[in-house]
Design a protein. Structure first.
Length: 255
């Protein structure tokens, strides 16, 4: 049984077994109660990880053709495959689970935001991204790669860039390098007025990242507050702790 490549779904299928084994090794360093694979595709990674000792394993795949292929090739996955859109699905387990996957490039950042929504149930995520995106998630302040994704992810997770994955590890080979990162949930989240206000102030700040913060954040602080030296900095100069602290000083509720 064969399957076809669907470019519309951002599909680049992993074919390098050594990369799959490295991802599995990273997984085995974690305590895994339950495991969710996002976008198993043709099953290159799935065949290495579905039998990791856990209470339960599930894989979610949007492409019905791939689901049928996986069930035909790996009958032991019966009952473990969910044919659905990860971005639209409800949380798949009632308690904690680890997320892993070779994520479709066209929705990879949205996958991170979905994991952030589920952070109380997701202690670890290990995922493959386009290298540029992986570096943005792991980027530190005062760098060009540091942005909204960096701040929001690192407020709740410790992010580690694990390794590069070259284009030839895929079929078809993408035109860019890929990278695997690990996100491990922090024991303590930063204190903030609310997640809504935190997300809002970060997004507003980076909306005009080349300007001093007093410009994009002017609607949320008094003239006197804007005299604070922190507002002469740019969005990329602040840590997630800085943004969390600012949420308590905002005088207009975020919408």
């Amino acid at each position: 049984m064969q399957y076809t490549l669907k470019k519309s779904l951002g599909q680049h299928f992993l074919k390098d077994a050594s990369i799959c084994i490295k991802i599995k090794e990273a997984l085995l360093e974690q305590e895994i109660a339950q495991l969710l694979e996002v976008g198993p595709g043709g099953g290159a990674l799935t065949q290495h990880i579905y039998d990791i000792p856990t209470k339960d394993f599930k894989a979610i795949e949007l492409d019905t053709e791939k689901v049928n292929f996986l069930l035909h090739t790996y009958p032991e996955l019966e009952g473990k495959l969910i044919n659905a859109d990860f971005l639209e699905m409800n949380v798949p387990f009632s308690d904690e689970f680890v997320v892993v996957g070779n994520f479709p490039y066209n929705i990879s950042t949205q996958i991170v935001f979905k994991v952030l929504d589920w952070k109380l149930q997701v202690p670890v995520m290990i995922g493959m991204f386009q290298k540029e995106v992986a570096e943005r998630i792991a980027a530190k302040p005062n760098s060009k790669a540091y942005g909204i994704l960096s701040v929001l992810a690192q407020a709740f997770y410790d992010v580690t860039y694990l390794f590069d994955v070259p284009p030839q590890s895929f079929t078809p080979p993408p035109k860019v390098m890929s990278g695997v990162i690990q996100m491990k949930r922090k024991a303590n989240f930063p204190t903030m007025l609310s997640e809504k206000s935190f997300y809002h102030i970060v997004k507003m700040a980076f909306g005009q990242r080349r300007k001093m913060l007093r410009n994009p954040l002017k609607p949320y602080f008094t003239t006197a507050q804007l005299e604070d030296p922190i507002f002469t900095k740019r969005a990329e100069n602040l840590t997630f702790e800085d943004y969390a602290a600012l949420t308590f000083k905002m005088h207009i509720a975020s919408t």
